[in-house]
Write a protein that binds this ligand. Structure first.
Ligand SMILES: C[S@@+](CC[C@H](N)C(=O)[O-])C[C@H]1O[C@@H](n2cnc3c(N)ncnc32)[C@H](O)[C@@H]1O
Length: 406
């Protein structure tokens, strides 16, 4: 059991009216019911009903996640689960849209005003074209995706993401939705003692949830967050300023950035890679190699590869591909990421997968920046369900180090 958190009410966050807050809380609770009430029923349905039907027809057990899907899809329990999961996801975003639309002109103005208060850079590229894998669909059913702009200077999709991501995480990512960044920071502190990066890049930063912990850990470092979405980097810049952090943000494609060779000592990303594509991923890994200084580290936190888990778990996780507009979710888990890194130039003995324990699980652990019980914090003791992203309570990280000498 652990505490979950209310979201911190920073100045850029859209405020919910009484009715909006009530709908949002309902959407969050519905998601929780699907995860904790319905999801556990799928295993017995599979082993006691669906797998037996498959065996009767084929004379053997289903062998992989595709065969499991074939036999589970017609099952009424599964259909009920999958439909409700999708409805909860759509309801979650819709419950936030009302708050964002009601306050939009003020939110856009607020972003400009906060951005004007910081020395940190905000770089928006005129006529920037985000890649098709970001714009072709509403990723995880989020209306507008990350890059839609309703008017010049618009930040609406970013405000939607900030609140929606909190509801999606059901309070498990901390008051500032920053558990991934904190967890990787803890990993860096423990595994790379003495490492003091002068410049840090967070690729695919969205609204900067995971970016800010790096500035906290390394206050003297020049920290950059980049993203292809204009609204999200604008919001990230304003949000950081509102939280009193000088962090630079830029609209850039991680496949080919404008930074010079060797500019960064540490490059990180958090759940970026599975939202790209089979062609983009190798380019991003190569770009990381180009951007790193000799001896610099890259750490990509993302979904664990499929070969680390059972076919049934693979089937469950792959539901995101099928029902949640996540086209690369399953395919990404089958890519040989170690080979990608080696092909990009990282020495083979420097590349490995590791686990970064979730900061939220180790508030009091030695050497870890966890969470403390402040006013925005603990609201309830709940059964811990890290779910798809962090099974077992840890974020999967791909770590590689650039050779010290070329
Ligand atoms: C799931 S979100 C990342 C969440 C964020 N890192 C965090 O920890 O809160 C994925 C982000 O990656 C961005 N993205 C996708 N492809 C990209 C690319 N080629 N370059 C930069 N950003 C990209 C998307 O626009 C989106 O904001």
């Amino acid at each position: 059991m652990l505490n979950t958190f209310q979201q911190a009410q920073h100045p850029m966050l859209p405020r919910a009216s009484h009715d909006e807050a009530s709908r949002q809380e309902f959407a969050k609770s519905l998601k929780q019911f699907v995860q904790q009430g319905l999801l556990p029923g799928l295993q017995p349905v599979f082993s006691q009903r669906a797998a037996k039907a498959f065996e009767q027809e084929h004379g053997r057990a289903p062998q992989d996640r595709r065969e499991i899907r074939k036999v589970m899809e017609p099952d009424l329990y599964f259909q009920h689960y999958a439909a409700l999961n999708r409805i909860a996801q759509e309801l979650m975003w819709n419950s936030v849209i009302d708050s964002v639309e009601r306050q939009l002109p003020a939110l856009n103005e607020g972003a400009k005003a906060w951005s004007a208060k910081t020395q940190a850079q905000l770089r928006i590229t005129p006529d920037f074209v985000p890649p098709r894998y970001v714009t072709a669909l509403d990723i995880h059913c989020m209306p507008g995706g990350y890059a839609s702009e309703l008017s010049p200077g618009d930040i609406s999709v970013a405000a939607l993401y900030d609140r929606g991501a909190y509801l999606y995480g059901m309070g498990f990512a901390g008051p500032l939705n920053d558990d991934m960044g904190r967890s990787v920071c803890n990993y860096v502190q423990r595994k790379l003692p003495g490492f003091k990066p002068r410049r840090i890049l967070d690729m695919g930063c969205t609204v900067g949830h995971s970016t800010l912990p790096y500035k906290t850990l390394f206050p003297d470092a020049e920290v950059w967050g980049i993203d292809v979405g204009g609204p999200v980097v604008r919001y990230a810049h304003a949000r950081a300023a509102a939280l009193g952090m000088d962090v630079n943000f830029a609209q850039m494609n991680a496949e080919a950035t404008d930074f010079e060779d060797g500019y960064f000592d540490l490059i990180v990303s958090h759940i970026l890679l599975h939202e790209t594509s089979g062609k983009a991923m190798p380019r991003i890994v190569r770009e990381c190699h180009r951007l790193l200084s000799p001896g610099g580290y890259v750490i990509h936190a993302d979904l664990p590869p499929f070969d680390l888990m059972s076919p049934f778990t693979q089937f469950i996780l792959d539901n995101e591909t099928w029902y949640n507009n996540e086209p690369f979710w399953g395919a990404m888990r089958e890519i040989d990421q170690i080979k990608l890194a080696v092909d990009a130039g990282f020495p083979a003995d420097s590349v490995a997968f590791a686990t970064a324990p979730m900061a939220i699980l180790e508030s009091s652990a030695e050497g870890a920046a966890g969470y403390t019980g402040d006013s925005t914090a603990a609201v309830a003791d709940r059964e811990f369900t890290a779910g798809e992203f962090a099974p077992g309570g840890g974020w999967e990280v791909l770590v590689a180090r650039k050779a010290v000498q070329a």
